[in-house]
Design a binder for this molecule. Sequence first.
Ligand code: SF4
Ligand code: FES
Length: 252
Amino acid sequence: MSTATLDKVEANSQASPYIKVTFRLRRFNPEVSGEATWQDFEVEIDPKERVLDALHKIKWDLDGSLTFRRSCAHGICGSDAMRINGRNRLACKTLIKDLNPGKPITVEPIKGLTVLKDLVVDMEPFFQAYRDVMPFLITKGNEPTRERRQSAEDRERFDDTTKCILCAACTSSCPVFWNDGQYFGPAAIVNAHRFIFDSRDEAGEQRLEILNDKDGVWRCRTTFNCTDACPRGIEVTKAIQEVKRALITRRF
Ligand code: SF4
Ligand code: FES
């Protein structure tokens, strides 16, 4: 191979992976204005990086006032659910190359919860609904001397709903929740399901009664938005249907 060809091969192998991508962010600062606005930022970034990396570049290099939540950066803590190109996703699990980066990528706060600043919403109503379904094991009688045993088959019954990371992507993608924030919402029902179908738990009836409320499971219109939005792949709509069926049959 000639020296010129070798130089060309070397140059190609060192070609920068960086491209310019426009991020169109929904900005809101109640101390400045009561109106939310869009603001564009151009970022040089490797498309194999994630939306969270782009938000960090914007915050650290372009505008330190940009406000968003994140913690683990690896899809575990559930703190960075946002509406990216019109769909609820975790910023830390969304690769830029999967978002058609030739066009501006829009990033907004999740819907149905009050926006506090930029991409940060007030999660309190979401967590209140979660607390209301008593998301913990309830048993009667004396503590066993050894662990509470459970067959693999019984454990499997609620395995899917144990995966929830409380990101709110499901609840904030639900049109019923947008229109009426009183609805418990998919995430609370998923977390009730996790205990209702746990053979060791003894408060299933109580949880079912809580969800039999006018703001409970019967509000679900089976739109499947929640299942599509869940970054953990939980079959959210199926879990809601199973809770509805348990309410009718009282078998769980
Ligand atoms: S069910 Fe899925 S989308 Fe809903 S809060 Fe849990 S992890 Fe997030
Ligand atoms: S930062 Fe923890 S899930 Fe994305």
